[in-house]
Design a protein around this ligand. Sequence first.
Ligand code: NAD
Ligand code: S2G
Length: 336
Amino acid sequence: MAKSPMRVVVTGAAGQISYSLLALIARGDVFGRDQPVDLVMLDLPFAKDALEGVVMELQDCAFPSLKSVTATCDQTEAFTDIDVAVLVGAFPRKPGMERNDMLAKNAEIFKAQGALLNTVAKKTVKVLVVGNPANTNCLIAQKYAPTIPKENFSALTRLDQNRATAQIAAKAGVTSDKVSQITIWGNHSATQYPDAWHGKVNKDGAEVAASAAVNDDAWLKSDFITTVQKRGAAVLAARKLSSAMSAAKAIGDHLHDWIVGSEGRWVSMAITSDGNKYGVPEGLIYSFPVTCEAGVWTVVNGLEISEFSREKLTVTAEELSGEAKYAAEFLEKASA
Ligand SMILES: NC(=O)c1ccc[n+]([C@@H]2O[C@H](COP(=O)([O-])OP(=O)(O)OC[C@H]3O[C@@H](n4cnc5c(N)ncnc54)[C@H](O)[C@@H]3O)[C@@H](O)[C@H]2O)c1
Ligand SMILES: O=C(O)CC[C@H](O)C(=O)O
């Protein structure tokens, strides 16, 4: 029997990430070629013409599973009865900007969109926050959408996972599909902890520990971590624009694995820390290793955490607690 259409909204649809992302969704690479999609594209009024251009291009691709395309600058229209909300629309960091500058610029967007999702989206809506600072923007959207289950909110750390996986693959001399169980803990920021200690590499047909395949513990404890932590900044410095193609690929991976299923593979998602078994404070949007089945994620529990790793899990949790406090104070002042 044919599947009923899935209503998917992408915000910031006229921006650079969306230009790569929309085609992935429309082609069926994310939700499956047999899953019809009603695609809704939201951007600000100044970007209306650009949005219309993207609509024309999507039509011209003649994707079979793209049932309809709507471009709008009206948030209520965009979020009504939505099944999946991909919140990309926000202002990216430009050279010279700090994280708190971004928080101050973007917090109001996620407060308003959370509140709107709360009133007009389906209660089963799955929300992925990409706009930076992604974890804290996600926390804000979740806070203002109290009638939607907390588990339905996530922020993107899959780009970091993909970056870390690619680094391990290059060092071990294999392609990235041979690397698994690489985890990103914490914030999508320079305090994130890329952890390869539970990783596996399939080398010449045999599965070995990533640390054995790499055979360089000093690198795993230093340059590997800092390269992944600073990769977004390195792309920004080189392109004078933040990463877009790789971000779109990661969004597709995240949504596919969450909604269709990860088939037992571990993936990293920033999700509510409530009830976690790793001692991360409750009430944060923190990246953990998870497995997913049909829209439900489950944290991979019981991993051994060394003293070295514990310290890093704590540093990134502290940064997130600080951001949450700053955002709460900022939003309170703004509404006073
Ligand atoms: N989490 C991650 O891994 C990750 C990776 C890369 C980029 N990002 C972030 O994603 C965001 C988008 O990046 P980009 O390069 O596509 O930026 P961009 O400037 O090219 O596009 C952003 C678009 O969002 C629109 N927009 C702004 N406010 C909006 C609102 N309230 N509603 C709807 N649309 C709105 C803008 O008009 C623009 O078209 C940035 O915050 C960036 O830092 C996150
Ligand atoms: O603004 C940044 O430093 C990074 C942008 C983006 O989140 C990335 O990871 O590429």
